[in-house]
Each structure stands twice: as C-alpha cells, then as structure tokens.
Design a protein around this ligand. Structure first.
Ligand code: PGA
Ligand code: ZN
Length: 429
C-alpha cells in the first residue's frame, strides 16, 4: 500500500504575476504529483483564508513563503507515512490538516497551502492507479453521473478583473445546445474571434481582462449584451437557450453602496436590480445569473430567487463560498438555486465535496469554477467531470492558464466518450 513519502512546496507565479504555491507529493511507490494553487481577486468575506507574507518589500506583501513553510513543515510532519490509496485517504488527510490548523477558515496554515496539498494528494491517488483524476473523484458516486460540463466562456471582463468602466464583472457565453464539448469549444472560440472582429470594426480596443475576456470600453450592460448577441449570430450560431446562451456574473459586492447598488453611474435599490435582471432575461438569452446581488443582501436574494428562479439559474458564489452549511441554510431562506464551486474557497477537497453533497441533497445545480488568478493546473476540469454537475467556468477560450482546463476537457471527452451537457434538471427553456 503506497504511503506519503514526502511533501514539498515552492513559491511560483500565477497568471497575474502574483505569488502562489506549487505543491508536490511523492509516494513510497515512486509516484510524484504536482498541483498549482489559484487565487481570487473578488473574494467573498467568508472564504477560507490565504496565508500571505507580511513583508511589504517582497511582492507588495503578497509572497507565500509562510504558506510554503506550512506544507514543508507542519503538514508534512503530520501526513508523512500515512497510507494514500484512495479518495477516502485524501479526505481523511484533509480532516487531519483541518484539525491541525484549528481555525474555521484555515487561516493558520493557510488555505492556499491546504488546498494545494489536497489537490496534489488526489492527483497522486490517480497516478498510483494509472487512472484519470476525474475517475478518482467519482469513486463514491455512480459512473452514470459523470459528464462533460458545458463551458461558460467569459468573453467580456469588467469589475475587479479589468481597468474599464464596466461594473458587471463577467459576461459569459455557454454553448448549451452544442452536441459535444469539442463543438462547444469550437463555438466559444469562433464567437470570441467574432467578438474581437466586432470591436475592431467599431474602432474599439481589444485589450483583455484577467480572465482573457475583452476589457471593452463600454459601461452600459445592454450595449455589451447586444454586442455579444451580434458576435454569436455573426459566427453562425443561434443566440438562445437551445444554442449559445449567456451567463452573467455581475459580482455585485463590487458595486454595492450603503443605499443599494450603483451601475454605470445609476443608483438602484435591490428591488430595482431584480426588475432590471428580469428585463435583461426577457430581452437577451440570459440563462444564468451569479452574484446578482451582494452577499449581505439576503432579502434581495430572496426576492431575486422568488421572481426569477423558475426561469433563470440563480448562482451563489460570494454568498456561499463553497460551504455545505451555507447551502443548507440557503434552502431554508429560499436563496438561489445553484452554487458555484471553488476548491480554494473551501480550502480542501473534503469541504468542496461536502458542498457538492449538500447541493445534491437539496437539488441545487452546481458550476465548478477557476479563479481569476490561475496556473496551468487543470484540476477543476477533472472535478467537474467527476462530480457530473454539467457546468464549468474557466474564463475565455484563450490564454494558456484558461486553455489548460478547456483542453483537458477536450482530452477527457476524447478518451472517455462521456455525455456532454447540462443535467436534465438544470435545463432552462
Ligand atoms: P475571483 O472572481 O476569482 O477574482 O474571485 C471569480 C468570480 O467572482 O466568480
Ligand atoms: Zn463570481
């Protein structure tokens, strides 16, 4: 039975040029597995806490040498010699690391350290068995649940991810009607190219935001949506719930004010925001809205869910922070009908899979997500396939750190022949 022989970490850079961790594990059977840790820029208040060095002269105080130290010393001392043969062993290691940390948000060892260890261990199990990672992640579930997710390509960036005047953070296109992932990726890339051409023809800059989408010089949401629909149609696709649909992540924490919300210079109450979303979903093929309201606006979330939840997927990101207990409470409060899943928001795989189980037990849809700061690690692609949630977002269909995930999904589809698409229960018409 293989055991953990060594755990190592080093400080590397992410796609924004900010420090993050690479974690490496070696097993007694010779297996060596590596994981790269992502980092967010528009984070929920209750996310598991990254450990960043308090050294202003180094990387503006954003170094991760202390988190590297957590892996090399405390976590290695705890886990060295433990058997690692299946997913349960990874989840048990996660539990022990949580215990060692002792805080709720993993602030002492650093969630950037703990999630990296968890990802590397899962990958080592896959390598030991010579199995694809997604198959290890579905070990406890039935094989018929696994599926290739619908990619949500973030083609226009605003908010905390771009230096423009656009307040909504993410405008995504989702080829829900494509027959396969390969065709969905093709649709995403063709629409992305068509969008660049539209901008070029209008004499507008085609610079990019953090997730590879265009940082358009526009501030009106309707103008951006009109442009995207034109790009979809010009590329030869149908803009709609049976073709290429649109998903929004306004990330409303970013434009929350003491009275309500301010978008493109206009003030809105939460009720007015909900009416606006209702109008947008009528006029444009918007099938999913994530963080349409701020995480402190529970009453607004209830109204949004009551008024739009039947026809639109309402996704909680900052409000749920990939936490099972928050999802269970949301069902009681009638907030949202879907949950975004970010392993580094939870701090490890154990808590991420707990959130998945909570969603499945209450019938909430799930979308697996990258972060705006990424490495070329493709863990989230395998995660989405393994849990079979049918939805993923990894940024634009461009730039290496985003393509690492999409190309991994292409590879999984090619070798596995798993079905592509949304789960039946999540389809909107
Ligand atoms: P982040 O944003 O990775 O910068 O936190 C992503 C999101 O809000 O979904
Ligand atoms: Zn979000």
């Amino acid at each position: 039975m293989p055991e953990i022989a060594a755990l190592e970490a080093l400080e590397i850079l992410d796609s924004r040029g900010q420090p993050t961790l690479q974690v490496e594990v070696t097993l007694t059977d010779g297996v060596h597995a590596v994981a790269g840790v992502p980092a967010g820029a528009s984070t929920g208040q209750n996310e598991a806490a990254e450990l960043r060095d308090d050294e202003p002269d180094r990387y503006d105080g954003r170094g991760v040498l202390a988190a590297v130290g957590s892996v090399r010393r405390q976590i290695k001392d705890l886990l060295k010699g433990r058997k690692l043969n299946r997913l349960e062993d990874v989840l048990e290691a996660d539990r022990l690391v949580e215990e060692l940390d002792g805080t709720d948000n993993l602030a002492r060892l650093g969630a950037n350290a703990t999630v990296g260890v968890s990802m590397a261990l899962a990958r080592a199990v896959a390598a030991t068995w010579g199995m694809p990672l997604w198959q290890v992640l579905l070990e406890e579930q039935s094989r018929d649940r696994a599926r290739i997710p619908v990619p949500h390509f973030n083609v226009v960036n605003g908010g905390a991810h771009a230096e423009n005047d656009l307040d909504f953070q993410e405008f995504m296109i989702a080829p829900v009607g494509s027959p396969s992932f390969a065709e969905a990726l093709r649709a995403g890339a063709e629409v992305y190219t068509s969008l660049r051409r539209q901008l070029h023809e209008r004499g507008m800059p085609t610079g990019l935001g953090d997730e590879g989408g265009f940082a358009v010089q526009m501030d009106r949401v309707e103008d951006v949506l009109t442009l995207i629909v034109t790009a979809i149609e010009t590329a030869g696709y149908r803009a709609g719930h049976d073709g290429v649909a649109i998903a929004l992540d306004p990330a409303a924490n970013g434009f929350r004010t003491s009275e309500g919300y301010t978008v493109a210079g206009e003030n809105y109450t939460s009720g007015e925001m909900v009416s606006w979303y209702e109008a947008l979903a009528r006029r444009f093929p918007v099938w999913s809205i994530e963080d349409g309201l701020a995480e402190d606006d529970g009453a607004g979330w209830q109204e949004l869910t009551t008024r739009l939840g039947e026809s639109v997927q309402i996704v909680g990101d900052d409000i749920f922070v990939t936490d099972a207990a928050r999802v269970q409470q949301a069902v009681i409060d009638r907030i949202a009908n879907a949950c975004l899943l970010k392993p580094n928001q939870a701090g490890n795989l154990r808590r991420t899979l707990d959130a998945v189980a909570a969603c499945n037990s209450v019938g909430y849809a799930q979308m697996v997500s990258h972060r705006s700061g990424e490495t070329t690690d493709s863990f989230v692609a395998d995660l989405a396939v393994g849990i079979g949630c049918g939805q993923i977002k990894c940024g634009a269909p461009a730039r290496g750190e985003r393509l690492a995930k999409y190309n991994r999904l292409l590879e999984i589809e090619h070798h596995s022949r798993l079905p592509y698409g949304l789960r039946d229960a999540d389809v909107r018409r």
